[in-house]
Write a protein that binds this ligand. Sequence first.
Ligand code: NAD
Length: 434
Amino acid sequence: MKLVIVGTGYVGLVSGLCFAEFGFETICVDTDKNRIDNLKRGECPFYEPGLENLLHKHLNQTKLLTLNASLSKAMVDADIIFITVGTPTKRLEDEADLSAVYKVAEDIANNINKYCLIVTKSTVPVGTTRKINKIIGNKVNKENFDTVSNPEFLREGSAITDFMRPDRVVIGSDTKRAEQMMRELYRPLYLLETPIVSTTIESAEIIKYASNSFLATKIAFINQVADLCEVTGGNIQDVAKAMGLDKRIGSKFLHAGPGFGGSCFPKDVKAFNSTAKKLNINLSILDAVNQSNQIRPETIAIKISNYFNNNLKNITFSFLGLSFKPDTDDVRDSTSIIIAESLYDRGATINAFDPQGIKNAKKILPNINYCQSIEESCINADAIIIATEWNEFRALNFKLLKEKMKDYVIFDLRNIYNKEELNNLEFVYYGIGK
Ligand code: NAD
């Protein structure tokens, strides 16, 4: 089977390379010609562990991967076309902007010359894949194509492992032929006994939003419980640990912190809620999730500012972590960026360091200071803020850093460190919910 992947972002490029790893001939397409040219030279447009190695392997050795800026050329022999373009939040509304998805559907409709399967891998509201079917059906004979929803669950930072060893694969289709082709595609995962959930197109679309919204709800919940702990003398880490030991609850996504960010959770919670509202369905739990998460980074910035009597004019922060999570350079909707910006706006000097996220952060937050190392960020700093839990920040050499700092305060927004240990090193320590 020959595959075409439209959109070479985090999902498209990872999917394309992993399908090549499965042994399929794959063409990755993007309207961003620059991106395609760089990829042809073996340069990844973003940081994702292991991705560049896979790119070099399938570009130069197996030659299973081809890159193309033209969808019409790429899809000549295609058996399956994946839509993996972005579905960001609309500018002034909460709903998903599907213009890129529908544009791809139009382009596909104009170029189909033999049977092929059109698969929505982008995260799209329920009903979108049917609309794609309609757009294509307006121009193409119904026998010449099928549409499928195959949502993607990979996480940035562990995208390749997630794709190659997923918890489940969801296939939403309404013809036998389509389902068989999809099962053939994912056959390499049968050895791992990966559950394949075959369902309707509508269910598949809902599964993706419901999964992300549920995880976001867990985070928002534990963050609010953390606030309760802070004013009562509780310790959120003990509370979350004991809660997580209950198998019905589970320990994942129960870490209190500065709120969820990134390119998926915030937009998916909004889009799912917006879909429900349009259908007059009450999903108001997501109003609360969204609201609490939106104010959280600012609330944390205020708490930090309060410590300095709301006078940050002469305060310098070593600000560690800009990406929304470790092992990615993605700073889209990163809570770290919101907190850094808020403290900067209040007059603080921000010396920021991130192992991979600086290039992208500079585009959003050009005025803060960017440093080459953790040590450099600590020069003359009054406090360290750990905003993203990169491994590099898990074993800081506080004795060495103290020599560079003016004052010794740490705001550990990821609860990596132990208060007593830091106090013993003469640091004033603040964690979340303890
Ligand atoms: P992205 O912004 O990283 O990449 C999208 C790519 O699509 C860009 O390279 C863009 O140039 C290209 N593009 C836009 N219009 C195009 C067109 N008409 N033809 C060809 N290419 C076009 O997006 P992403 O983060 O990979 O997300 C893609 C989708 O997958 C979204 O719906 C997202 O919600 C979903 N998703 C993302 C993740 C993640 O971790 N990023 C995980 C699961 C699902």
